[in-house]
Design a protein around this ligand. Structure first.
Ligand code: AR6
Length: 176
């Protein structure tokens, strides 16, 4: 499994799946969630509403992940995950690690070969980008070690700001 760091907007990535940093309602929001919903179009919200009306009546728990089609995106799939909200006292890194691990597990089940993650929880949810990078790389590497035959070949981290790119690069290069 290759890890790459990309600066830019995750909605334009040509990968099999993009991960959305959603909230438990799955009904949209700001940040990367808003951008993905705008780019994918209204069918994405319809698909999320359908999930809420059927399998996810209480919402998507923190650390869990679920897939919908990508609709207007280049990506075939959107994998929605809910990061821990530091402002709500959710400071356990295992919850954040679970977002990456669960997204990979779902991606593998869908036959996804390339996957793009944003910096889950590093925006509105208040986590420090360095800690997100450490948890994310650790989770991805542990997953790859446990699932050496897994189908996901490329994991991109698509980061909006040059500052976040620099932080992720330094963590990756330091071996964290
Ligand atoms: N492409 C890549 N990264 C982006 C984009 C984009 N288009 N837009 C923002 N980011 P956030 P969270 C970066 O707040 O902290 C939403 O309202 C952003 O700069 O999107 O997990 C949800 O509905 C930051 O580095 O996600 C939830 O309520 C990173 O993506 C809540 O925010 C994550 O920031 C989730 O908060």
């Amino acid at each position: 499994m290759r890890i790459e760091i990309v600066e830019g907007d995750i909605t334009g990535r040509t990968v099999d799946a993009v991960v959305n940093a959603a909230n438990s309602s799955l009904l949209g929001g700001g940040g990367v969630d808003g951008a993905i919903h705008r780019a994918a179009g209204p069918e994405l919200l319809e698909a999320c509403r359908e999930l809420r009306a059927t399998t996810l009546r209480d919402g998507l728990p923190v650390g869990a992940a679920v897939a919908t089609p990508g609709y207007g995106l280049q990506a075939q799939w959107v994998i929605h995950t809910v990061g821990p909200n530091r402002h709500a006292g959710q400071t356990n890194p295992a919850l954040l690690a679970s977002c990456f691990t669960e997204s990979l597990r779902i991606a593998e089940g869908l036959g996804v070969r390339s996957l793009a993650f944003p910096a889950v929880s590093a925006g509105v949810y208040g986590w420090d980008a360095r800690q997100v990078a450490q948890v994310a790389f650790d989770a991805v590497r542990s997953y790859a070690a446990r699932s050496p035959e897994g189908g996901v070949e490329l994991v991109e981290f698509v980061l909006f700001s040059p500052e976040t790119v620099a932080v992720f690069r330094s963590v990756l290069e330091s071996g964290f």
